[in-house]
Design a protein around this ligand. Structure first.
Ligand SMILES: [Zn+2]
Length: 106
């Protein structure tokens, strides 16, 4: 598992919200030294977190996961064509934002 996770909108630090009634933007979804997982701001992560990585925690990133690189998509298109799956190749082209015209790949 990556040590980043993508979320659609910012979330509050659970510890600040629950223990202090304060709103702080969380930057981590992490396991705490006490056991439970929580959304944590940097201060609380430093105090209560056990680190980043599988089973420990992820950095929260607001937004969408970056799209795969264009070159990778293009090689997937060529692979789909050589496998005879033209519908898949056209779908990949649409994902790239190109016209669904496979001619340049044939
Ligand atoms: Zn906090």
């Amino acid at each position: 598992m990556a040590d980043e996770t993508y979320i659609p909108a910012p979330v509050s630090c659970d510890i600040h919200r629950i223990e202090h009634g304060e709103h702080r933007i969380a930057q981590y979804d992490a396991k705490t030294r006490q056991g439970p997982w929580a959304n944590l701001c940097p201060d609380c992560f430093a105090e209560h977190g056990i680190g980043l990585g599988t089973g420990k925690g992820q950095r929260l990133v607001v937004g969408r996961r970056p799209q795969p690189q264009r070159a990778q998509k293009e090689s997937q298109i060529r692979a789909a064509i050589s496998a005879g799956d033209l519908a898949m190749a056209e779908d990949l082209l649409v994902e790239l934002g190109d016209d669904p015209d496979l001619t340049p790949y044939l």
